[in-house]
Design a protein around this ligand. Structure first.
Ligand code: FAD
Length: 394
């Protein structure tokens, strides 16, 4: 389904390859990985071979150099298999976008080729135990000491925090700055992957979660951790612009979340359509009961509308124009409907929807994360309204 946006033959080929991968390798195995909360190493290896870690990294750095629309449709296809697969590449994608957009030539030349191959994976860390939505309230401090910055503070909910070799870290370098965001700086922290006890950096065991299994979400505890001034994104003089760099990254993250929501909703609908034709009640398939038909019609219509919003946001962001309102609308709508569609699919499956035998209970556990992550839906609404009042000021 392309919702009226023309896809090139190349885009169609790529998406078909991902769908084949999902149908062949992911869907038959996802229940095992999800219920055991196991990192899907073989699937990640295939994703590397497919070049997915370099999806939007320019070809000159060894990536596929694909546009944002293709990327978002890839994320949708992967998420139709399992949102944790898109979680594994999302923070990597945001990090590579930030380095591509704001990095020095040295940072790009050294890091992007390794990132494109998936040899090194990346995390994106701004949230702290006391501050999520209110990013400007973060407290992690980085203080210049000779050629290094010394970092102290605690980060929370770092997706890929343990396995990442690169962490895009937002820290306060000037606590007296007004507004506060002008005192924030992005560091490209390079660390050894899969080691939880590094000099100055401790990574406690992964946080236990309702869903979004298999991919780790961790805390990062910095105690006199040293990182060179040259690790500042864009070079040592680029202090005070970290907040803006992170917001640019998260705008893309919102398109990604909308795409993930669509993947969940599509799989829920597919299963509901199939099950409704197989299951009989009162002498006929439940697909012939009109209340079930109404549910299916509502689910499909919501999905179609969400897909149009997603493609609209991706197309606008592709042009380089400001797209925070469009990305916010896509994120808000697609994630709200994903939760509703997952629940409707569960109702259609009756008791079996609640059983681990079917994928619906997983979709139902995975969907709510998307209401919260990359800026909660309450925050999206504030942002959309703010932009509207700016555009239509009297
Ligand atoms: C599984 C998972 C993975 C994550 N991965 C990452 C990651 O990789 N990197 C990262 O940096 N963060 C990550 N996060 C953090 C995520 O971005 C935050 O949880 C999210 O931004 C919300 O912040 P919070 O949890 O502190 O909630 P709070 O900000 O405390 O919000 C609590 C409630 O208050 C509402 N609220 C807050 N402010 C307002 C307001 N002004 N008006 C109305 N309502 C408001 C919120 O919408 C929410 O309903 C992850 C979170 C989860 C659960």
């Amino acid at each position: 389904m392309t919702a009226g946006y023309e896809l090139t033959a190349e885009q169609q080929d790529i998406l078909r390859t991902i769908r084949d991968f999902v149908d062949r390798d992911v869907l038959p195995n996802v229940s095992h990985y999800d219920h055991n909360d196991e990192f899907p190493t073989p699937l990640v290896e295939t994703m590397k071979e497919l070049g997915l870690f370099g999806t939007t990294i320019p070809e000159e750095y060894g990536g596929l150099g694909l546009d944002l629309m293709t990327y978002s449709l890839i994320v949708k296809e992967l998420s139709r298999g399992w949102i944790s697969l898109s979680g594994i590449i999302n923070t990597h994608f945001i990090a590579s976008f930030m380095i591509k957009t704001f990095g020095t030539a040295e940072q790009k030349d050294r890091l992007l080729p390794r990132m494109a191959r998936g040899d090194v994976r990346s995390a994106f860390s701004m949230t702290e135990p006391h501050a999520g939505s209110d990013v400007q309230a973060i407290r992690t401090r980085a203080v210049l000491d000779g050629d290094d910055y010394v970092v102290n503070g605690q980060k929370m909910w770092v997706t890929n925090g343990l396995r990442a070799g690169i962490v895009m870290l937002l820290a306060v370098t000037d606590p007296s700055a007004e507004p506060r965001h002008r005192g924030m700086t992005t560091f490209i922290v390079e660390k050894e992957p899969e080691v939880s006890d590094l000099p100055g950096l401790t990574i406690p065991p992964p946080l236990k979660k309702l869903g979004y299994k298999g991919v780790e979400s961790t805390e990062l505890v910095f105690e006199d951790f040293r990182t060179p001034a040259s690790s500042i994104l864009g070079g040592p003089d680029q202090t005070g612009v970290g907040f803006k760099q992170f917001m640019a990254g998260i705008e893309l993250g919102r398109v990604n979340i909308a795409a993930r929501a669509l993947g969940i909703a599509e799989l829920a609908l597919e299963n509901a359509i199939r099950y409704a034709q197989e299951r009989e009640a009162f002498g006929k398939p439940i697909s012939q009961h009109q209340l079930i038909q109404a549910k299916i019609a509502q689910m499909a219509t919501k999905i179609r509308a969400a897909e149009l919003l997603l493609l609209d946001a991706a197309a606008r962001k592709n042009t380089g124009e400001r797209a925070d309102m469009e990305a916010g609308m896509a994120k808000l709508f697609a994630t709200e409907i994903a939760e509703e569609v997952a629940l409707d699919a569960m109702r259609i499956h009756g008791g079996y929807g609640y059983s681990q035998e079917y994928p619906i209970e997983r979709l139902y556990r995975d969907a709510p994360l998307l209401l919260i992550g990359e800026g909660s839906n309450e925050i999206q609404q504030l942002l959309i309204a703010r932009r509207l009042f700016e555009r239509h000021k009297i």
